[in-house]
Design a protein around this ligand. Sequence first.
Ligand code: ADP
Ligand code: MG
Length: 345
Amino acid sequence: MPGLDVGVDVGIDLGTSTVKICVPERGVVLNEPAIVAVDKDTDSIVAIGSDAYRMLGRTSDRIAAVYPLHDGVISDYELTEAMLTTFVKLVCGSKMLMPRVVVCVPIGITEVERRAVVDALRAAGARKVCLVEEAIAAALGAGLDIAQPYGSLICDIGGGTTDIGVITLNGLAVKKSIKVAGNSFDAAIEKYIRKNHNLIIGPRTAEDIKKEIGCVFMRDRLMTGIVRGRDGRNGMPRQIEVTSDEMLEALEEPSIYICRAVQSVLEETPPELVGDLYERGMVLTGGSAMLYGMDKLLAKKTRLSVVVAHDPQACVVLGTGEAIGYIDAQTDVEFATSPLDIYSY
Ligand SMILES: Nc1ncnc2c1ncn2[C@@H]1O[C@H](COP(=O)(O)OP(=O)(O)O)[C@@H](O)[C@H]1O
Ligand SMILES: [Mg+2]
């Protein structure tokens, strides 16, 4: 990929499962799994991003493929820094003047965790780092007008966390983050198949079948798919056919957790804003918003109208790109303060 112009600004979605980078006017320029493969003997990095994803579940004793972010926050600082440095270099080239960065952070992150994100990006070459809450970035990316004094409900279902926020006047009136999202769906499928078919499958297989036939609301037409794994009794390879109805059963528990979290946000929302939400409905973003029936299930449980944003997995990163406009326009916003938290040095 060619390097960008000197001094260009970038928006980064530092997700638990993927890192995405966006440049205004050019859109999403990088979308890589947030994985690093490490040689345990020498402590050196052997692969980053999609190269490391290919190794997931297939590594030897010596190599570990790890996600340096967990539940939306940095769990391994050094690896996160190395990963970000690689990605920022890929996008920007090795230019002297490094970009200003808007990066999103999940709801409920601590000051220490925020600091870690800022430090990792500074080390990766950013000259100025601005933080924006993930739910706000998701709303911006989904095209909502967040500056107005009326409530919008956004629910971002990613890999590690589901972040729910009621947005008004550039801020969050009510917010909630739970550690139930795409990874929980994968784990639920793994568990279901082990329990009901005595077949042990890996996380990638679980994710693949989830995307292929998974659902949290009954499909109009029964679908089937093949999963391969290891027999729980004799350890031999085996393949079975599973149905979408089985997926529905497997995914019931995590999907209900998400519905409950949205319900609890609605319960905490001040009455005027709840009125707005019933008028305007809820917008779903994040990769797991594409799981079949997520919108239908949430609509049934909350009685709100629910729409899945266009290209839901890109909303957060596009929103961080959108938020770059706020770096220089601090006082331009008519009704409210800026949604950005700016860390300048
Ligand atoms: N078509 C799909 N159906 C169901 N889940 C999907 C689909 N596409 C992606 N996902 C899930 O979306 C999650 C990643 O979403 P993303 O918003 O990128 O997460 P994060 O922001 O946490 O990195 C993963 O758990 C992935 O399995
Ligand atoms: Mg995300």
